[in-house]
Design a protein around this ligand. Structure first.
Ligand code: NDP
Ligand code: 8X3
Length: 252
């Protein structure tokens, strides 16, 4: 029987690359995201290799999340790995310039959406127990502050602490939990953050060597396929050409 990976945000970036990586290894896939057309394309690409179930889903809608998970039929009704990947940053400007709506969207997606999916999928993981995993996609922004990080970084700090606290409660269940915290990776992330500014995205990722979606997918697959007795608590990954800056100092 194929193992099953449930991946949110599979229409782009890390989620789509992760779907491809698990398909390569023969895993059945439950793939979701809001853009159905993208999901249909991915299903068409992968369905000759593995069983694929797609569902247009907004993770902010708790009832829709629960209905999707509860309605899964064989072979998708067992879930071995949950990849809580759907997420976004908005408003790279300073906090004092940001619309409240953008803060709410980040919290609703990265925090509320992630707990909606976790709560709905957890019973399925517990049915299998040993060797199953929740892999939450955090960020270096959840650990390290930077200008314009405001609610995005705070939402990823939530992801980190939620992951650690889940570990405490799940320690005797066999369900593993990992916070994977990438640094700069070239996906649609910056296009979304800047509301469609392709030049800003190109400038950020240009003249350096960012991580790729495939780099992160490989780490997700690695974590998910470690022997049952190993739990990676947090995996923080940066491009070799990215590091921290000095403290900012306001001077007269
Ligand atoms: P992309 O923008 O390429 O992908 C984001 C994915 O999230 C899309 O599939 C999108 O699908 C989905 N998504 C967004 N909002 C929702 C929603 N409300 N409901 C369901 N799905 C949603 O970016 P990345 O692949 O880079 O981002 C994936 C994760 O990685 C995010 O959590 C991000 O914060 C995190 N991350 C990214 C880094 C980077 O540098 N790229 C670094 C560290 C972390 P759709 O629009 O179709 O709904
Ligand atoms: C995305 C990486 O550095 O833009 O989480 O916060 S960063």
């Amino acid at each position: 029987m194929s193992k099953v990976a449930f991946i949110t945000g599979a229409t782009s970036g890390f989620g789509r690359a992760t779907a491809r990586r698990f398909a390569e290894a023969g895993w059945a896939l439950v793939l979701s995201g809001r853009r159905l057309e993208r999901l249909e394309e991915l299903k068409a690409e992968l369905q000759d290799k593995v069983p694929v179930h797609i569902a247009a889903l907004d993770v902010r809608d708790a009832a829709a999340v629960k209905a999707l998970v509860d309605g899964l039929q064989a072979p998708f009704d067992r879930i071995d790995v949950l990849v809580n990947n759907a997420g976004l940053a908005l408003a790279p400007e300073a906090a004092q310039k940001v619309a409240l709506e953008d803060w709410h969207t980040m919290i609703d997606t990265n925090v509320t959406g992630l707990v909606n999916v976790t709560h709905a999928v957890l019973p399925k993981l517990l049915e299998i127990g040993k060797g199953t995993s929740i892999i939450n996609i955090g960020s270096v922004a959840g650990e390290w502050p930077y200008p314009g990080g405001h609610v995005y970084g705070a939402s990823k700090a939530f992801v980190k602490q939620f992951s650690f606290n889940l570990r405490c409660d799940l320690v005797s269940t066999g369900v593993r939990v990992t916070d994977i915290a990438p640094g700069m990776a070239e996906t649609e992330f910056t296009l979304v953050r800047t509301k469609g500014n392709q030049a800003a995205s190109d400038a950020l990722y240009g003249s350096t060597t960012p991580l790729t979606a495939e780099d992160i997918a490989e780490q997700i697959f690695y974590v998910a396929t470690l022997p049952d007795h190993i739990n990676i608590n947090r995996l923080e990954i940066m491009p070799s050409r990215q590091a921290w800056s000095p403290f900012a100092i306001d001077r007269d």
